[in-house]
Design a protein around this ligand. Structure first.
Ligand SMILES: O=C(CO)[C@H](O)[C@H](O)COP(=O)(O)O
Length: 260
């Protein structure tokens, strides 16, 4: 049994646990990547074991695929699923329109493909991820390794021409070597500070040769489940605003916490 979780981990856990309740028998579910999404996968694994929930999961990274298999979720590819009922994933930032920055874990490309192929996307996040304007979190973009420095220069020039405040970018590293995504690409983190027009920036970045995808998720998320360290969760919907504030029982089950 693990020791006491920190308030931030409790917040992530209760958001994940509440979101897991949206999953129904027979669904094809996109499984996000990151520490909050890992809680979700564990909660779904518990439902598979305890309730006999039958779902097919499409993971958004090799890490999530491995965890999903470990907890007993049937894993299929997106091409096998073709379309998904629901995707549940974490985020690095969300704003009042439920637009997101994602990719802190380097899985933004698969995450965006999977979320876009879903009837509904639910984001699970601790309350600290809410921002008025996106951009304090460095915006990740996935670039192909060929000529990445040329792509970086082009991106920075474009940011200047768009009058974006912060313009520097850094190649994400994994120790001494560049980070490599599941698709064999690199990540550039753009230090922008504040993104005035996220919709426009997302379109412009994806026009650039060498840029495969960016971490701005615009008009993709339908619902955010916001977790708090005291066990409270708030459900916010893109059309209806705040739809509920609830409490989630925080019970340390051996199944969920034994590996932490
Ligand atoms: O986009 C992501 C991975 O590419 C994650 O969802 C995001 O970085 C949030 O991670 P965490 O739940 O660990 O805070």
């Amino acid at each position: 049994m693990a020791g006491e979780l920190s308030p931030i981990d409790k917040a992530k856990f209760v958001a994940a646990k509440r979101a897991a309740a949206f999953v129904e028998d027979g669904m094809r579910v996109g499984l996000g990547t990151g520490s909050t999404a890992a809680w979700l996968v564990q909660c779904l694994g518990e439902r598979v074991h305890e309730e006999g929930l039958r779902i097919r999961g499409v993971p958004t990274s090799s890490r999530t695929a491995q965890l999903a298999r470990e907890v007993g979720i049937q894993v299929i590819s997106l091409d096998e699923a073709k379309w998904l009922d629901l995707t549940i994933d974490g985020a690095d930032e969300f704003d009042g329109d439920l637009n997101l920055i994602k990719g802190g874990g380097g899985a933004l490309l698969q995450e965006k493909i999977v979320a876009t192929a879903s009837d509904r996307m639910i984001v699970i996040a601790d309350a600290a991820k809410e921002v008025e304007t996106l951009g304090a979190f460095p915006l990740p973009i996935e670039v192909i390794p060929f000529g990445w420095q040329t792509t970086q220069a082009l991106v920075e020039e474009t940011l200047i021409s768009m009058d974006v405040l912060g313009r520097s970018s850094t190649l994400r590293m994994n120790g001494d070597v560049p980070f490599i995504t599941d698709e064999g690409n690199h990540i550039l983190d753009l230090h922008l500070g504040r993104i005035g027009n996220a919709r426009q920036l997302a379109l412009v970045l994806n026009q650039m040769p060498g840029c495969v995808e960016n971490g701005l998720f615009i008009d993709i998320c339908d619902t955010v489940v916001i977790g708090f360290g005291d066990g409270k969760v708030e459900l916010r919907d893109i059309n209806e605003g705040t739809i509920a504030t609830e409490r989630v029982d925080f019970v340390e089950s051996d199944n969920l916490f034994s590996d932490l």
